[in-house]
Ligand binder design. Structure first.
Ligand code: HEM
Length: 220
């Protein structure tokens, strides 16, 4: 199979890079949950940054995966659109086009969120960022995150972005199984359910953090 040139090859690459990013969002959500353990997120961040070459190797792999996913995602949905003009009579084709278009829009919104998020908590370049150290001399990720999410607008942006992530993944995870050809009439509903459950868990796991902070349930 010509991975980079054939339409099926590009779909498979999109599915694999997509699943790779799903793994990342699962691990990142579990890591972020350490915010509920006193001192937890500061210790987690310190461990994470303990081996810079590993951090940079991981970032490079993520960048390549995201690049492939975004590039082919845009390309495939534009090709789909050109192949299925609005007047197309067959309902299923229209449905498929709608699906890929909404994946394109939610994907582009997620990309904007990720750029903002990197500027926010990784590069720490936005005006709300509070830099400091905790009582053990570690960088105070807890203070930074709670300070940012105490601003209603920032908490709202994050919660809205998590809804977009949910929309993208509830379709995307199920598509993965379809693209890999692992589905049949019996397994398709099961894979749809797995995709939906994973997307809901991620939505709740992530959105809870800005929610409990902006509502004052978790105090900085
Ligand atoms: C409530 C939601 C989220 C919170 C509180 C959060 C928190 C954080 C924090 C604190 C960092 C910086 C870690 C450090 O440098 O010590 C970070 C980095 C990052 N986050 Fe998130 N995050 C959230 C959602 C997401 C989502 C949904 C994605 C992906 C779609 C994401 C992708 C990333 C990436 C790619 C990095 C950079 C990792 C690196 O340093 O290479 N985050 N996040």
């Amino acid at each position: 199979m010509q991975l980079f040139t054939s339409s099926v090859g590009r779909k498979v690459l999109m599915a694999i890079t997509g699943q790779f990013m799903v793994l990342f969002v699962i691990v990142h959500m579990l890591g972020n949950s350490s915010i509920f353990i006193p001192g937890g997120i500061n210790a987690y961040a310190e461990h994470l940054h303990a081996l810079p070459p590993l951090v940079w190797a991981f970032r490079l792999v993520m960048l390549v995966a995201a690049g492939i996913h975004i590039l082919f995602g845009i390309q495939l949905s534009l090709e789909n659109r050109a192949a299925n003009p609005d007047t197309y009579a067959v309902k299923n084709y229209k449905k498929a086009t709608m699906g890929s278009l909404s994946m394109l829009y939610t994907g582009l919104l997620l990309l904007s969120f990720i750029i903002y998020h990197l500027l926010h908590f990784t590069i720490r370049a936005t005006p709300d960022i509070k830099l400091g150290v905790d009582s053990l001399g570690r960088f105070d990720v807890f203070g930074m995150v709670t300070n940012s999410f105490s601003h209603g607008i920032i908490a709202f942006i994050y919660i809205a972005a998590m809804v977009v992530l949910f929309l993208h993944l509830s379709h995307g995870i199920q598509s993965f199984f379809q693209t890999m050809g692992w589905n049949n009439d019996k397994s398709l509903p099961v894979f749809s359910k797995i995709g939906m459950i994973a997307a809901v868990v991620l939505l709740l796991g992530y959105a809870t953090i800005p929610f409990v902070i902006v509502t004052g349930i978790l105090k900085g």
